[in-house]
Design a protein around this ligand. Structure first.
Ligand code: C2G
Length: 129
């Protein structure tokens, strides 16, 4: 079973590895779409701290990840699911319900987020040190 998931994974932290390892454990292969710098800019009006190239390199180096590709647009999820023949789409539960309509294409699962850690929080802590 091939699992697919998406994310920015900027300033990689333990919440990211937790969800990736849990996603991988649901199948036998994990494909990860890393959101492009441009996608982040259009969504948040700022570029990520780490470049797309570095974020993809970090995700590629993980033992639980089999394949990494750039996610160019949020709307392209169904195309990526089809293109990569994914059996299961995994997202954190901050996206709960948002992708239920893809259940025609593959199984859709939301996994609980790791509490008390986020890139935004890390940036705030570092800023105030
Ligand atoms: N995550 C988590 N626990 C945290 C923080 C993040 O489980 N404490 C999960 C998120 O739920 C997500 C993944 O880690 O599934 C990546 O998180 P982000 O980098 O914040 O990605 P996001 O901006 O949600 O994805 O198509 C989605 C886009 O690529 C953006």
């Amino acid at each position: 079973m091939r699992v697919i998931t998406f994310g920015t994974f900027d300033v990689f932290h333990v919440g990211h590895i937790n969800i990736l390892e849990r996603a991988r454990a649901l199948g036998s292969e994990l494909y990860v779409g890393v959101s492009s710098d441009q996608l982040n800019y259009s969504k948040k009006n700022r570029y990520p701290i780490y470049s797309e190239e570095d974020r993809m390199r970090i995700i590629s180096a993980l033992a639980c990840v089999d394949f990494v590709f750039p996610e160019e647009s949020l709307e392209l999820k169904p195309e990526y699911i089809k293109q990569y023949n994914a059996d299961i789409l995994v997202m954190g539960d901050d996206w709960q319900g948002k992708f239920d309509h893809f259940s025609e294409l593959c199984e859709v699962k939301y996994l609980p987020r790791t509490p008390s850690i986020s890139t935004t929080e890390i940036i705030e802590v570092v800023r105030h040190k």
